[in-house]
Design a protein around this ligand. Structure first.
Ligand code: 5AD
Ligand code: SF4
Length: 480
């Protein structure tokens, strides 16, 4: 399909650029004009979100906007008048899933000719993907990116009224918009964005291109949001950023993330979590604050990616494995009973067996509670995608299997420490199968299935662990 006037298409070269321009924080830019206020009356939407927590949180904003337009959320695409896929681009298999879904959903238009298809999120930021959509998925009516979610009312209005394909993707980040509606999916746990974008440019990663440069929200806006959440009886917040340790650097905020974390802790929210922390700029002040406050949970996601210094260097990770171990030890010593999770990539271009062995060694050293493991996936426009690669795919698969075996062993071993112990659990809700069985999470982020009476989501209760599995614990409520 030829480019139409009025479209704003993604542009990789633009996305690669960084400017020092100050980012405006806009508090009043989001408005719904009168002609759009009824847009969703009598219409249903189905929203499916893929990928990381940043995307999940965007999904909450999108749902908030759609409901401000009076759309009603439904659980199945068959019931919908507007199907929107909020997508992830971090690996090719995530993209393939979305494209498969888009292909199979097309059939629904036969019964509902007015059905509207939309795609947003990180895949929409990719030049290559939008070209594929134009060529092979002509049924997609609306495409918008991660930087213009606030434009959804206008874009949807245009797509619905004109019945013409509408595309608006900004490759460069815009201002931070503070007054967007939100439909939170949880009633006692909430995600709070503290910053957007990423400037780390790890050589394998597409995120800096799909989410723009690092921009921090103002500390006051974040604290106000958390104070309101506390008033609304939320019990847990997770502070979100691609690298939360960078928080405030762009604002020249003294104290940075450590200071923010302390201010959040003082608000008195029962549980505070944060993700993700890059090992490179994890400061001593941060470790001290985590150790000092009981309401900052002793659970750190600390992506290592590889155990080999040459691979780490080629990945652009900015730390050596010795520095990583030092940081890990420091946190372990200062933060009581701290649990750790990590991300690991196997089969980075030209990874040798010895280099992979060093990745197994770091898993032996850290004995992670949980490891998210991936086969390297080349991403268009990233430096690593241009590297020659002599590792056959079968070798990568076999390394992944060996790594998973080790990671699972430690996940189970760590859980064994809980057998017979009494732990604090936040109740998420009853299990679908049995209403006397509930699930929830420990402070160290372990999933627990337990029997209990008279508990509701958001309660924090004591549970005795009676059995352990690799990915969860079983227990019974202990009455005080
Ligand atoms: N291939 C495989 N894994 C990747 N990740 C990011 N980019 C890639 C890629 N191109 C992994 C990293 C990161 C996690 C969110 O996804 O481990 O920490
Ligand atoms: Fe990607 Fe690295 Fe930024 Fe994480 S820190 S989002 S891996 S570029």
């Amino acid at each position: 399909m030829r480019k139409q006037p009025g479209w704003a298409l993604p542009n990789l070269k633009e996305a690669q650029k960084r400017t020092k321009n100050e980012v405006l924080i806009e508090k009043s830019i989001f408005q719904i004009s009168p002609e759009m206020k009824q847009l969703g009356v009598g219409r249903n939407y189905y929203l499916r979100t893929y990928g990381c927590q940043a995307n999940e949180r965007d999904g909450e904003t999108i749902a908030g906007i759609l409901e401000a337009l009076q759309f009603t959320q439904v659980d199945t695409p068959e019931q919908a008048d507007f199907i929107l896929l909020n997508t992830c681009a971090v690996r090719k298999n995530a993209e393939d899933k979305v494209l498969g879904e888009l292909g199979s959903l097309k059939r629904l238009r036969k019964n509902n000719p007015d059905l509207l298809f939309g795609m947003c999120g990180c895949m929409a930021q990719e030049e290559e993907i939008v070209n594929t959509l134009l060529e092979k998925y002509p049924h997609v009516d609306l495409i918008f990116g991660t930087h213009n979610i606030h434009r959804l009312p206008e874009l949807l209005y245009q797509a619905m009224m004109s019945r013409e394909k509408t595309i608006e993707v900004f490759s460069k980040e815009g201002e931070i918009i503070e007054n967007l509606p939100v439909k939170r999916f949880g009633s006692h746990k909430a995600w709070v964005n503290i910053m957007y974008g990423c400037d780390k440019f790890c050589t394998y990663c597409i995120v800096p291109y799909t989410r723009g440069k690092e921009r921090s929200r103002s500390m006051e806006d974040i604290l106000d949001e958390i104070r309101s959440l506390k008033q609304e009886n939320y019990k847990e917040v997770t502070l979100l950023g691609q690298n939360v340790n960078s928080y405030g650097k762009d604002l020249q905020l003294e104290g940075g993330f450590a200071r923010l974390l302390e201010e959040v802790a003082k608000i008195g929210m029962e549980r505070i979590r944060f993700t993700t922390s890059h090992p490179w700029d994890f400061t001593d002040e941060m470790v001290d604050i985590i150790a000092k406050y009981d309401n900052i949970m002793p659970f750190i996601h600390l992506p290592v990616q590889s155990g080999d210094n040459d691979i780490l260097k080629t990945m652009g990770r900015r730390y050596t494995i010795e520095e990583y171990k030092q940081l890990f030890d420091k946190i372990n010593q200062k933060v009581k009973n701290c649990a750790f999770s990590t991300d690991i990539i196997v089969g980075f271009p030209n990874e040798t067996e010895e280099q992979f062995q060093r990745t197994l060694d770091i898993v032996d050293y850290c004995q992670y509670d949980n490891a998210f493991t991936f086969i390297y996936s080349p991403r268009e426009g990233t430096p690593a995608a241009r590297m020659e690669d002599n590792v056959p795919f079968e070798v990568k698969q076999e390394r992944l299997a060996r790594l998973n075996e080790k990671a699972n062993y430690y996940a189970h071993l760590k859980n064994e420490n809980y057998r017979g112990k009494i732990v604090k659990v936040i109740v998420d809700g009853p299990s679908k199968k049995n209403k006397d069985v509930f699930s929830g999470y420990t402070e160290t982020n372990k999933l627990v299935n337990f029997t209990a009476q008279d508990v509701v989501a958001g309660d924090i209760i004591m549970v005795e662990i009676t059995d352990v599995k690799t990915w969860s614990l079983n227990g019974i409520q202990v009455k005080k």
